[in-house]
Ligand binder design. Structure first.
Ligand code: SF4
Ligand code: SF4
Length: 354
């Protein structure tokens, strides 16, 4: 099981997507439960994976160090805005198998949403990580907005040579309706997504696998299937809040449906299967898996909006299905290795479906 652990509700940024720190009532800025209760729960799980989350998780490094020292998880993952990397001992950073850095693509877009100068600081810190010898998986975690261009932004991040994988989420979970979503999809997103997919495939023919996580993740689910939803929320991933509650999804901090236990001491295992129709009988259910539990439950854009996003998933999944025989052929002829393509190899907190 993946345990997404809030280290604090505090953040040192104020991005437009989520508005910065949680109020202390909603997500306390310190850990309010007894550390031994967490330790007892996690030590029982032989398949324990831990992802530190926040707020900005690196604001509570004492807690992170204690968890890493005392809880024998199989892997440790960090989701961070990246600003404190240069203030963190490399010895600690090097304990992470995966570090996910929030960056949205080119400078103007990242700074527009995350604050002036943020892009430069993230890249500086990513360079520092590499320079010091970080051997883990460095992932760029993009949020894609109306100003974004998926082809330009993914290629830009790849061109820095810093990131092993790139993944993106459309800014459609919490946001208001966009000014012209339909127009953006037709004139921007789908044509650029097609270009990106073609480029990914062309590179594969040249024996290079670009770490574009949604393409790899969809391909993997096509081959092997997976949980519904793909992030495993409430199935093989749970979230521990700073006040000791257990939730199915890390962003659902106020929603009753997400509470698996009010108290981590009494938590046994997740038992709520929430994703039903139309996802269970959907033609792309194997790969899409209902895409996101939070969106499925909340549907901020209504049924119609939900279906508009489904169309994008279906489009992408069908394209990848079309490419599959050619990709499999390349693995058989030894042009590429299947194990290089399969990603993520375990639930490392990446949300596969954009
Ligand atoms: S495409 Fe839509 S209906 Fe189909 S599985 Fe995904 S979220 Fe559910
Ligand atoms: S994909 Fe959705 S359900 Fe899964 S962790 Fe992200 S917000 Fe939560």
């Amino acid at each position: 099981m993946l345990y997404i652990i809030y280290t604090t509700g505090k953040c040192n940024l104020n991005c437009k997507y989520c508005g910065g720190s949680f109020s202390k009532e909603k997500m306390p800025w310190e850990i309010k439960y007894k550390f031994d209760d967490l330790k007892r729960l996690l030590k029982k799980d032989r398949e324990c994976y831990i992802c530190f989350y926040g707020g900005e998780p690196l604001l509570n490094q004492i807690f992170i160090k204690k968890v890493i020292k005392e809880i024998p998880a199989k892997k440790f993952v960090l989701q961070t805005n990246g600003l404190l990397i240069n203030d963190t001992e490399f010895e600690l950073l090097n304990k992470f198998d995966v570090i996910l850095l929030s960056i949205d693509g080119v400078k103007e877009i990242t700074d527009m949403y995350r604050g002036k100068g943020v892009y430069d600081r993230i890249l500086e810190n990513a360079r520092l990580l590499k320079k010091k010898g970080f051997k883990g998986d460095l992932v760029a975690r993009m949020t894609l907005t109306e100003e974004g261009n998926i082809y330009r932004d993914v290629l830009h991040l790849l061109s820095t040579g810093l990131f092993d994988h790139i993944h993106w989420q459309l800014n459609v979970v919490w946001s208001e309706r966009w000014k012209n979503f339909e127009g953006w999809v037709k004139n921007n997103y789908l044509p650029n997504l097609e270009k990106l997919l073609n480029f990914w495939f062309k590179k594969m023919q040249e024996k290079t696998i670009l770490g574009i996580a949604p393409f790899q993740g969809i391909f993997k689910r096509n081959l092997y299937g997976g949980t519904m939803p793909p992030c495993g929320s409430g199935i093989d991933s749970v979230t521990v809040t700073t006040d000791g509650r257990i939730l199915s999804c890390p962003i659902a901090v106020e929603e009753k449906w997400a509470v698996l236990s009010e108290d981590l001491k009494s938590f046994r295992k997740p038992e709520k299967i929430l994703i039903g129709e139309p996802c269970r009988s959907c033609i792309v259910s194997r790969e899409c898996g209902g895409r996101c539990l939070y969106t499925y439950m909340e549907k901020f854009w209504g049924e119609k909006g939900f279906k508009e996003i489904c169309k994008l998933n279906i489009w992408l999944i069908e394209r990848i299905r079309e490419l599959k025989p050619k990709i499999i052929e390349m693995t058989k002829t030894g042009k590429i290795q299947l194990y290089d393509l399969i990603y993520p190899t375990y639930n490392n907190s990446i949300e596969i479906i954009p």
